[in-house]
Design a protein around this ligand. Structure first.
Ligand code: SAH
Length: 395
């Protein structure tokens, strides 16, 4: 097994169990190793630090798997890591009203590059790093054995895989091919999910608890659900008797699914409640028309993919939050999210503050939201905290 020797003074993050070794921290690699291989990481003095997978193609050159010198990376290791992640979701797997959740959340479950989501009887997996991709067969057979799904389907995140030098790859890896639309339950509500072609692995599982939390603001209230996708927040709002719910999304397919999800739960809706288009343009148009809402939900896609994009992303967040604040009646509620890891909670709050100043309105934060418990944050890896939300009341 080859050895990665760190530069002097660069061992601290590894000792603290941060799971990444950047290329700049590496002094040299001793021995023969192919990218994807397991390597041992040692400090400048030759002391054992950890084991992980090598990829010289990536800035994150080693992804750490184990800090225990006596632990081999074998089938027993993978089984134990998967079992630990699965056990952590017991509360969800015991809840008959929820059949879709994340079972493995990559680095935060000490399994860098591996995502496993459960959708009813099917599992959707993502292998986002070369190191994890090399162990695909072992992991798929362990998941089949441990969870006995009907099928295991692979989805890929092209952006992440490209950074690792991996090709796009999707399809059924084990068992039955999933149907085009699969029905799941979430907190007792039902949804159609397209796990083969939908966004992410098919559904925004990280928002489950937030969709429920927001219900309290919705009875008899008009709701603008901006960046609606397949209607997650809309279905929850309808379930508590919201007034008119307007869904805006640039994807006509997503809105079509949103309409079907409302019907699946027995909720009426009108065609003009599904508005295809760019949220920025549609909200500007509503503002110019003088339209008002009681509740606005803003759940945009990731605006900042890298640190370099933070400034531009901040402008986007500010603009859309300003528009939302301008559309709210006095006493109205803004539920606003950012899923950009590069935008900190503190910066996000400042951005929303900037929007409130420009809107000329006094705004209170009444709740702070984050990702659900099946998307844990590893303390030694604060990068795993990406979703933040503010529930604000406009005075
Ligand atoms: N709130 C949703 C998830 C939203 S994901 C849920 O709970 O399931 C973000 C959505 O924003 C995607 O559906 C994407 O199609 C849409 N989107 C991205 N950019 C957009 C834009 N400029 N205007 C409108 N929709 C956009």
């Amino acid at each position: 097994m080859a050895t990665v020797i760190l530069k002097k003074g660069r061992a601290r993050p590894v000792l603290q169990h941060h799971p990444w070794v950047f290329s700049g921290a590496i002094a040299r690699i001793e021995g023969e190793a192919q990218d994807g291989d397991i390597v041992v990481v040692r400090d400048a003095g030759g002391n054992f630090l950890a084991r992980g997978t090598l990829n010289r193609h990536s800035q994150i050159t080693v992804r750490l798997l184990s800090w225990d010198q006596d632990e081999a990376i074998d089938l027993t290791f993978w089984r134990a890591r998967l079992a630990q992640a699965i056990a952590g979701r017991r509360a969800l797997s015991d809840d008959a009203g929820t059949t879709a959740y994340r079972l493995v959340n990559a680095e935060a479950d000490l399994l860098p590059g591996l995502i496993v989501d459960r959708y009813a009887d099917f599992l959707v997996v993502q292998f986002l790093t070369l190191g994890m991709d090399m162990h695909k067969h072992e992991i798929v057979s362990l998941l089949a054995e441990m969870l006995q799904p009907r099928g295991i389907y692979e989805r890929c995140d092209e952006e992440m895989r490209a950074k690792e030098g991996l090709p796009t790859q999707e399809g059924c890896l084990w068992g039955e091919e999933p149907p085009d639309l699969l029905q799941i339950s979430e907190n007792g509500l039902r949804f159609w999910v397209d796990i083969k072609r939908g966004q992410k692995t098919g559904f925004y599982l990280d928002q489950r608890e937030n969709r429920r939390r927001v219900q309290v603001y919705c009875p008899q209230r008009t709701v603008l659900n901006a960046f609606a996708y397949s209607g997650g927040f809309a279905v929850y709002a309808a379930a508590v008797g919201a007034g008119r719910i307007t869904n805006v999304d640039s994807s006509a397919e997503a809105l079509d699914l949103a309409r079907r999800n409302m019907a699946l739960n027995g909720f009426d809706s009108r065609d003009d409640e599904y508005v295809p288009g760019d949220v920025f343009q549609v909200l500007r148009h509503y503002r110019d028309q003088g339209r008002c809402f009681d509740v606005v939900v803003l759940d945009p896609p990731k605006f900042a993919h890298t640190q370099a994009q933070v400034q531009r992303a901040a402008r986007g967040y500010k603009d859309v939050n300003l528009l939302a604040l301008q559309l709210l009646r006095p006493g109205g509620v803004l539920v606003t999210f950012s899923c950009s890891g590069a935008i900190s909670a503190d910066l996000f709050q400042k951005i929303v503050f900037g929007a409130s100043v420009d809107a000329g309105r006094d705004v209170q934060i009444i709740e702070r939201l984050s990702q659900g418990p099946d998307h844990p944050v590893l303390l030694s890896f604060p990068e795993s905290q990406y979703l933040k939300g503010l529930v604000c009341r406009v005075l």
